[in-house]
Ligand binder design. Structure first.
Ligand code: C2E
Ligand code: MG
Ligand code: MG
Length: 659
């Protein structure tokens, strides 16, 4: 299109009749006429009367000519004015058209979808992007009510959303859709959109329509959802993580507070999971966590939340409980899940869990307290032999505090010299002679008196204090053995218990070698006792570690045998000398609990592997006779002697036992 826009050309400008030009022209023509005609007349006419007549005629002629001239000029001026007016109007209209076309081109090429409506919300225009996103063409949509072509629903609830344009037109202000808005395409598919609606106002500031701008944010929203999911869920099991659990719990607490309701938090910790993870490999460990998570979830009611707290710990939120019996039922159902073995990659795996329970409002009213109390109760469940559930009680907190104070006292005990070793004889079944000793630690606490090892060794393990304490035990036991040998008492092996933490210390072998060297003790008299579970944890590393000890000439025994999950493969490859049958099996002799069968099997296994067997915790003659018939090599127990002080032990050396 070629529109002439702007001012007139110079040529046209020149031709324009202006009043000033007319006046100048008039003066010039009149002056010239007067001068010229008067002189000419006087020159050619001499008769005064004729001259007068001709002058009058000349005057009239002049008037007539001027009248015509003025008429022509005025007429010409009018025409020019009209022409100019029309040109200007034309130009103005051309500008409007141009602007409109420009706006149209701009709207059409915008990536965002744009819909304009009139003040009643009827569609006036859809740009191509809006056509693509809605499935309606501009021609089809024009004149229709916006609701017809632009249907939006809440993504989560599928509820229709209020049309922002209605509010925008009503309030005359900019309106945005909520974050969960999805647009329904004409073909029924949905897409996440973000939009804003702005009113269109005329010069008088009156709303005359609205413009809706929106675009597809499906990718962005999917990414946000993915990120939010990752931040709130455990990557392995897909369960809510601690963060999301906290959100659920806080919500549930707020609701319970309003309705004066009750809720329960269950803290679950799988029993001996680390052992399974280490022995069977991390892939199977991960698989186990997934299977366990699935099984627990199946036992829960709809609305209950199961979350993975981390490692082998899970949290369960039972909201809206009306009676404590419901919590008991759920806990028992969860424990029941573990009564059957899990099939993992063709392996049958037995695992159990310990559950601690805290209740709102009795045990606490906030998130931290409830989780902490459930955790404390879970520890108590572990102490009660695992595979059970325990409710939190105020007494447990006292216990937890006691643990803390024990930890503090333990730190000082070593420096104050409050530990002592007692020794328990190991007796040959045939001869009844003492053939070895086991060093067992006691804590002679200034505040609590004599404390048994099971009350403080686990705390020392957890805090790492077992490392210096264990070193002290090793050095003291070796020094005592050497001293007895030098005093002429029989040469006996000295068994020393080694905790998991000590066993995994990088410089442990060096430490043992140095102590032996320092004391000048022949390594053949030292026997390291490692529990079955510690030995089997990370079997490869244990085989290597034990081989180093073997090379030094130190003896190795497997303590509490029968309570862990021994792999026969590792048992065969480990350079072990002795198996110590756990006292729980000895206790089960003659009680109808199959103690005999287990003991017989262990002795048989030891014989096949050419290992010595010691029975621990022998208290009765019938236990002793049974073990003797089964050809158990040695025994250790109250029937012969409990663990005694070094002075009492010296008396036992000189007064041989009669069994
Ligand atoms: P353990 O190594 O299995 O020690 C045997 C435990 O059984 C000892 O308990 C011993 O006194 C007890 N016992 C022995 N004969 C009988 C009996 O006939 N009947 C009964 N009921 N019990 C008997 P103690 O001294 O209380 O030690 C318990 C556990 O503490 C030990 O079990 C061992 O695992 C640990 N422990 C003891 N001393 C040390 C130590 O110096 N270092 C480490 N790491 N652990 C130790
Ligand atoms: Mg032991
Ligand atoms: Mg034992």
């Amino acid at each position: 299109m070629d529109y002439k826009v702007g001012r007139l050309s110079k040529q046209q400008d020149f031709k324009r009749v202006t009043p000033l030009r007319m006046v100048i022209l008039y003066v010039l023509i009149s002056g010239a006429w007067i001068l010229f005609s008067d002189r000419l007349l006087s020159a050619i006419v001499t008769d005064p009367r004729l001259l007068l007549k001709l002058s009058i005629a000349k005057g009239w002629f002049y008037v007539a000519v001027m009248t015509v001239l003025i008429y022509v000029l005025v007429q010409k001026g009018r025409e020019q004015h009209l022409a100019r007016y029309i040109t200007e109007r034309k130009n103005a209209w051309a500008i409007v058209l141009l602007e409109k076309e420009r706006a149209q081109v701009t709207l059409d090429s915008i990536g965002d979808a744009v819909i304009t409506t009139n003040v009643y919300g009827n569609v006036e225009y859809l740009n191509p992007s809006a056509e693509a996103l809605t499935g309606w063409t501009n021609a089809e949509a024009t004149g229709l009510s916006l609701e017809k072509i632009f249907q939006i629903v809440n993504e989560e609830t599928s509820e229709p959303l209020n049309y922002p344009i209605v509010r925008c037109l009503k309030e005359g202000d900019r309106v945005r859709l909520p974050n969960q808005a999805v647009l329904m395409h004409r073909n029924g598919t949905t897409m996440a959109i973000e939009d804003s609606t702005t009113p269109i106002r005329n010069r008088a500031d009156v709303v005359i329509g609205g413009v809706l701008v929106f675009h597809d944010v499906s990718d962005k929203r999917n990414l946000m959802k993915e990120l939010s999911h990752q931040a709130h869920h455990d990557a392995l099991t897909g369960l809510p993580n601690r963060l999301l659990f906290n959100e659920y719990l806080n919500q549930a607490l707020a609701q319970a507070a309003c309705r004066q309701g009750k809720l329960a938090v269950l803290f679950l910790d799988l029993d001996r999971f680390k052992l399974i993870n280490d022995t069977m490999g991390h892939n199977l460990g991960d698989l186990l966590l997934n299977v366990v998570a699935e099984r627990i979830r199946e036992t829960l009611r709809e609305g209950d939340i199961l979350a993975r707290q981390g490692g082998d710990e899970f949290l369960v939120l039972l909201s809206e409980i009306s009676h404590i019996q419901e919590v008991v039922t759920v806990s028992e159902r969860i424990l029941g899940v573990f009564s059957q073995p899990l099939m993992l990659d063709g392996n049958e795996v037995y695992i159990s869990t310990s559950i601690g329970i805290s209740l709102y409002p009795t045990d606490g009213s906030d998130l931290e307290t409830l989780v902490k109390q459930a955790d404390t109760a879970m520890y108590y469940a572990k102490e009660q032999g695992r595979n059970n559930y325990q409710f939190f009680t105020a007494g447990l907190n006292i216990k937890a505090n006691q643990r803390l104070s024990t930890e503090n006292s333990l730190r000082k005990a070593l420096a104050r010299g409050e530990f002592v070793l007692h020794y328990q004889p190991q007796v040959d079944m045939e001869s009844g002679c003492i053939v070895g000793l086991e060093a067992l630690i006691r804590w002679n606490s200034a505040e609590q008196g004599i404390v048994a090892p099971l009350s403080f060794i686990p705390i020392a393990e957890e805090t790492g204090l077992i490392v210096p304490i264990g070193e002290w035990v090793l050095r003291t036991a070796c020094a005592q053995n050497k001293a007895w040998q030098e005093q002429g008492y029989p040469h006996l092996s000295m068994a020393v218990n080694i905790s998991a933490r000590q066993f995994r210390e990088p410089n442990f072998i060096k430490l043992v070698a140095n102590i032996l060297k320092e004391i000048g003790m022949d390594p053949q008299w030292l026997e390291l006792e490692i529990t079955e579970s510690v030995a089997m944890q990370n079997g490869e590393a244990s085989v290597e570690m034990l081989s180093f000890f073997k090379e030094l000439g130190i003896r190795i025994s497997i303590d509490d045998f029968g309570t862990g999950f021994s792999s026969l493969n590792y048992l065969r490859r480990m350079p072990i000398d002795t198996l110590k049958i756990d006292q729980s099996f000895i206790r089960d002799i003659s009680t109808g609990k199959n103690g005999e069968e287990v003991i017989t099997a262990i002795i048989q296994l030891a014989k096949n592997l050419r290992l010595k067997v010691i029975a621990e915790g022998v208290e009765t003659n019938s236990q002793w006779s049974f073990l003797k018939t089964k050809q158990c090599n040695e025994m250790q127990g109250f029937l012969f002697s409990k663990a005694v002080t070094s002075e009492e032990m010296e008396l036992l050396f000189v007064r041989p036992l009669n069994k």
